[in-house]
Design a protein around this ligand. Sequence first.
Ligand SMILES: [Zn+2]
Ligand SMILES: [Zn+2]
Length: 318
Amino acid sequence: MTSVPMAEPESNEYRSDFLGRCVVLTPRRSSRPHDFVPCVPGKTSLPAQCFFCPGNESKTPPEIERVKAPGTSEWLARVFPNKFPAFGKSFKSAYGTHEVIVETPDHSKTLSQLDEAAFARYLGLVARRLRAHAHDKKMKYTCIFKNEWADAGASLEHTHTQLVGMNVVPDIIKQEKRLCASSCPFCLLAVDDKYSKIIEDGPFLAMAPYAPRFNHEVWIVPRSHTASIVDLDEASLLALARTMRTVLRAQDQLLDYPAYNILYHLAPHREKEFHFHIEICPRMAKWAGFEYGAEVVMNSVKPEWTASEYKAEIEKLK
Ligand SMILES: [Zn+2]
Ligand SMILES: [Zn+2]
């Protein structure tokens, strides 16, 4: 009979955070990320057939806005309604809007491959759409998210972001609003050693959260108490673009261009008492019975590892 080695008594750890997210860190189950050799993924659909590529604009619903390339009629980014909306003006109990932002005309690019100016342009477009949604008093919140690759829920390859304007505020946002109203936990992140920092300088902090639901999850948090992207001036928007782009570039190198989600947690419309943050969640592992049954996530990558690995990748990018 072979003997099974005993686990280190301290190796697994149960953690819960101020958002009530519960994880069990299981480092012995990890396959370390440097087994992967980074390579730019090949997209398999042809631009000629892609709904989001230049030349196929008539295949999308009528455009809401486009960012024009200077001196030409070509576009650098476009916004249009989702053809299959979850929320819409014609739905009584799911009143709202559902829009798509195509961040680049280039079919082959991922978001991390945009230059800093293009990334800031994209965030500026997000902010303008949020302001437009806020004019509609029936719209309470806009959920902004990005699904990159099929394993993260994308149905089309051409990189894009979705905005779902809703007549309800999601529970997680209500909870964050309640927390922010007293001693804001997001203001404390920058000074609390419990959190593993990745980028500490500048107006935005990038960090591995204390109880990550996803392997190599990263949060981006403004250091000062800021409600939403709509409150950022041009310089701050550029700083946010720089931070997000750096994290995504490091992620692509570290994890070989993984499928991932970007989740924007912003203030409800017309509300100012909030501290926004952005979650970048690589989809390296699938949730299964334990996660759905116990609502506790098994995560084999400790956030302390995530932080040191991202830091090392960011050094290489310099
Ligand atoms: Zn395309
Ligand atoms: Zn705060």
